[in-house]
Design a binder for this molecule. Structure first.
Ligand code: SF4
Length: 381
């Protein structure tokens, strides 16, 4: 129980992943959260930036590379120049804290059937018109009630709720990089894994440092055209492709999610080019999830993605050589389950978040012995 009579259990229950869900809790804590002392808890010097003349700074965390004048913030709204020193304003400033199935991220080749303590701060470094969590991803820190949770406390909560993993998710973990980095260091020392659910819009140096402390990443590949990234996300494709190559090179486990929007990024030709690139430039072992879109936020004019579209994308991917292609936001469906790429034995059966390990033994197919890529136990031995 904390000083305001709100237990951590209440906090977890209250955290529905949405800012609005936290309002009652935040109202209870506002006296503390708005105080100068608590505000300072959230502020840490940024890890990746350069000082420029006239008290300006150059952020080197993501490919946007904001150059920020004194008393101004970068594009993401959570990093501020104070007298020529650059700060994150969201260290430990959590607006969501839930226990989720790891499949919700989705990770299908990472400790299947387990849970992840899932956390977020406000903010994002791109602007997707179809964002599911826009009310926290596009919020500013001062506009969204939050609670400070230190890296040590985060690990304690994960242990208390028997979560083998902490997942940094819902918004964009790149913009709360420092908190992810420090929390992951603490957690992994105590045998807790750390996964990031990201848009992959990050520069190489910070990504390489992340790879040293994280156990897995999920990256959204939002389309395979610069036009989609520009028009729908105010972002760029090439830096995301570069980041995926870094993950492959560094050897960290990662999975790719493609949300298919009708008529925008779902043509057979685009899926063929995308999955051909994944097989050639990354690996045929990378799981690729094709998810259905539901109209929301600023894109309410498009219909839901037909099931046949994600099925077709999965088929194209497998024809191109992707060994593990999945459908998302469709259940029940055979495309949710994992099959041995050599003998087609059913390895992991999924119906939504119900997961049954069928034919996977020590990371191998129980029928033919094929080694199945993924993280099947943590810490690895
Ligand atoms: S992390 Fe934020 S401040 Fe830094 S370059 Fe990206 S958008 Fe700009």
């Amino acid at each position: 129980m904390n000083g305001n009579g709100v237990s951590r259990r209440d906090f977890i229950r209250a955290g529905a992943g949405l800012c609005a869900a936290l309002c009652p809790l935040a109202a209870a804590r506002r006296g503390n959260a708005d105080s100068l002392e608590d505000e300072n808890l959230f502020v840490r010097e940024a890890m990746f930036y350069e000082k420029l003349p006239d008290k300006r700074v150059h952020c080197k965390l993501c490919p946007r590379e904001c150059k920020v004048a004194d008393r101004e913030r970068g594009y993401c709204g959570v990093r501020e120049n104070r007298g020529g020193t650059y700060y994150t304003l969201v260290f430990g400033r959590l607006v969501a804290l839930n226990v989720d199935p790891i499949e919700k991220k989705p990770f299908f080749h990472y400790l299947p059937g387990t849970t992840a303590l899932s956390v977020a701060t406000v903010g994002c470094n791109i602007f997707c018109k179809f964002c599911q969590n826009w009310n926290i991803s596009q919020a500013r820190p001062e506009n969204c009630p939050a609670r400070y949770v230190s890296p040590e406390e985060l690990t304690s909560i994960a242990k208390r709720y028997d979560c083998p993993t902490i997942s940094y998710t819902y918004t964009e973990p790149v913009i709360f990089y420092e908190y992810v980095y420090e929390s992951a260091k603490v957690a992994r020392e105590q045998g807790i894994g750390n996964t990031v659910v990201s848009n992959g819009f990050i520069k190489e140096k910070p990504l390489v440092e992340w790879c040293k402390v994280l156990s897995a990443m999920k990256v959204d590949l939002k389309a395979f055209t610069e036009k989609f990234y520009k028009d729908m996300c105010d972002g760029r494709l090439q830096p995301v492709l570069d980041a995926l190559k870094v993950l492959q090179r560094e050897g960290i486990w990662y999975e790719i999610v493609v949300l298919l929007l009708p008529g925008q990024n779902d043509s057979a030709e685009e899926i063929k080019r995308m999955t051909g690139w994944i097989v050639k430039e990354l690996s045929p072992d990378v799981p690729v999830h094709f998810s259905r879109f539901y109209p929301q936020y600023l894109v309410k004019n498009l219909p839901r993605t037909p099931v046949s579209t994600v099925e077709r994308a999965r088929e194209i991917a497998m024809r191109e050589g992707v060994k593990f292609a999945y459908v998302g936001n469709v259940s029940p469906h055979e495309g949710e389950s994992t099959y041995c790429p050599r003998c087609k034995n059913l390895l992991i059966k999924r119906i939504g978040y119900f997961v049954t390990i069928k034919g996977l033994r020590d990371g191998k197919c129980s029928n033919c012995g094929e080694k199945i890529p993924g993280v099947w136990k943590y810490p690895p031995t």
